[in-house]
Design a protein. Structure first.
Length: 585
């Protein structure tokens, strides 16, 4: 008897369910949040942000996703936690009163722990289970696990109780976060938690060149794809923000609309239409070449169109920029007054690169501008390496491209290797690059502008002289003299020389024209005299001709009359002859 095999159709693969954390950037790099119904370990040194991250996970879950949570603390009391997180804008007491969050402090003394084979966590399970059931919690935080096992050195018991704890949390179906302190050469003090956790996140707080930076790394995440880089994160008055290094895919939408730069000559160099909306533009040059003026004109032109613009200044205060721009005929203050322009000025050394990036993100999200100006980005080198500055700008450009915001960077170019590398690194990221350089000739310093590149559009390949006057900015066509391109006073002197030459040529031409006119008049007079003489002779000849014709006509008339008279006489004689014949008879 043969047995037929039964075909079983494969079930479709199901994605691992996740619980969103609500923390900016963290859900993006984890692919949706922490694993639902499984434990997640957050470990790191003291002061790295473990407690704040886990508390925000609880608060965001209760306020944004409708998932109540229990926060069991083994170090800080509930009142201390409420005070600490109030600086982040979290009202923990109100959440407890609304039964959305429950904070339970468990005090453990090492001297009270006896290391016996009967050591277990039944009491903790009962207490934690009651807290979960009392508010229907979906999320649980245990902070920190080292205090729970403080004084316990029996590794066998420790391993068994840790395993029981993690399995108990899974059986309760809660999304759990356990915090742990970093050990020597290991992620945690005991080196066991990371192996039995489904997701492990490591926090690091480092200080380099007196500038602190916080980093986050996902060590492992079972059953899902996740980001593997080190991601900077910040803690400020609005909580934790994690910033991905860059977008994973280059799939952003682009615009075909063109916007004016505010400088007519520059628009002409770009085909008469300006840059693409939503693109990134770099204006680089040496000190005093007018980079800030170009950026300010671009910002003012955006405000003229009724669009918002935010100006990040790392060198000058807003009042300095307003005053300086008024000297070239640009009234920036009116756009500040009507709310279309917003300044954010700070020294680069005030924060680290990541803090500046987060500050820019938040200002942009809050103000919702159409145009952003960063002036100058090269000042950021004082707080980070070239690679770090470039990484920051990549993230910023990706964010602005996604929001379809036009951004203008200014960069200071110096005759040093570092600045050249920085300038080239930035210029490769942007869509368009304007270079303003000094042109020194005949003891005079002037400015020349080049369009180094402008992706997706036809642009001028010529050098234009860039002029700053009381009436604003302008670009003039290149002037080629005998010795090459001339600018400034040399250009004006050559133009005056050419003008004088044209005047002399015009005078010579006028003199020749007058001589020709005089000769023409003499000739015309002679022609007129000859014409009169000819008409007189012609008239005399016509008179003789008419007299001859008249004589001929009279003679012909007389001849005809004589002929007729003769004929009449002959006829009369012929008639009279028969009568004479009858009379003779």
């Amino acid at each position: 008897m043969s047995k037929t095999s039964k075909k079983v159709s494969p079930t479709p693969l199901q994605a691992l369910p996740k619980s969103a954390t609500g923390i900016i950037g963290l859900d993006e790099i984890t692919g949706g949040g922490f694993p639902t119904g499984r434990p997640t370990l957050i470990c790191g040194d003291a002061g790295s942000g473990k407690t704040l991250l886990s508390m925000e996970f609880i608060v965001r879950g209760a306020t944004e996703f409708g998932e109540p949570g229990v926060f069991m603390a083994f170090e800080e009391k509930a009142s201390e936690l409420a005070t600490n997180v109030a600086s982040l804008g979290f009202d923990l007491k109100k959440l407890q009163a609304d039964k959305k969050v429950r904070v339970d402090h468990v005090h453990i003394e090492r001297v009270e722990i006896e290391e016996t084979g009967e050591y277990d966590l039944e009491g903790l399970f009962i207490r934690l289970g009651h807290a979960i059931d009392s508010i229907g919690a979906k999320r649980v935080v245990l902070d920190t696990i080292e205090n729970l096992f403080s004084g316990l050195s029996n590794e066998r018991i420790l391993r068994a109780e840790l395993s029981r704890l993690f399995h108990w949390l899974k059986e309760k179906g809660v999304t759990a976060v356990i915090t742990g302190e970093r050990g020597e050469g290991r992620l945690t003090r005991y080196g066991l938690e990371e192996y039995i956790s489904d997701c492990v996140i490591f926090l690091d707080h480092r200080v380099i060149d007196q500038i602190s930076t916080r980093r986050l790394r996902i060590v492992k995440y079972r059953g899902t794809v996740h980001g593997t880089n080190e991601y900077p994160f910040l803690i400020d008055e609005e909580g934790i923000s994690v910033l991905p290094v860059t977008s994973l895919h280059l799939t952003k939408e682009v615009l075909t609309e063109r916007i004016s730069t505010g400088i007519a000559g520059l628009d002409e160099m770009l085909g008469g239409k300006g840059f693409y909306k939503g693109s990134s533009i770099l204006v680089s040059g040496t000190a005093g070449t007018g980079k800030t003026s170009i950026a300010a004109y671009f910002a003012a032109e955006s405000c003229k169109r009724g669009e918002r613009c935010i100006y990040f200044s790392f060198e000058e205060s807003p009042k300095q920029i307003v005053r300086n721009m008024s000297s070239i005929g640009l009234n920036v203050q009116r756009y500040l007054d009507n709310g279309l322009l917003h300044f954010h000025a700070s020294r680069p050394t005030l924060y680290g690169l990541e803090m500046h990036l987060v500050a820019m993100h938040k200002h942009i999200r809050k103000f919702k501008p159409h145009t952003v100006v960063l002036d100058p980005i090269t000042n950021l080198i004082t707080i980070g390496s070239i690679g770090e500055v470039k990484s920051m700008l990549v993230r910023l450009i990706d964010f602005l491209m996604e929001e379809q915001i036009t951004v203008v960077f200014t960069a200071l170019a110096l005759n040093t290797i570092v600045s050249e590398q920085t300038d080239e690194g930035v210029s490769s990221l942007v869509d368009a690059w304007l270079l303003v350089r000094d042109i020194e000739y005949n003891g005079e310093r002037n400015r020349g502008m080049y369009v180094m590149k402008s992706r997706g559009m036809k642009h001028s390949n010529q050098v234009r002289e860039f002029i700053i006057t009381d009436n604003g900015l302008s670009l003039v066509d290149v002037y080629l003299g005998p010795d090459g391109v001339l600018t400034g006073a040399a250009r004006e002197a050559e133009q005056l020389k050419e003008y004088a030459g044209r005047a002399i040529r015009d005078y010579a031409l006028d003199r020749k024209d007058r001589e020709v006119l005089r000769k023409r008049k003499v000739l015309e007079s002679k022609i007129s005299s000859l014409q009169a003489e000819f008409e007189s002779v012609e008239e005399e000849l016509n008179k003789i001709y008419l007299e001859d014709e008249l004589k001929k006509s009279i003679l012909e008339q007389n001849r005809k009359e004589l002929t007729n008279m003769r004929r009449e006489r002959i006829d009369d004689d012929a008639k009279a002859a028969p009568a004479k014949k009858k009379g003779k008879k």
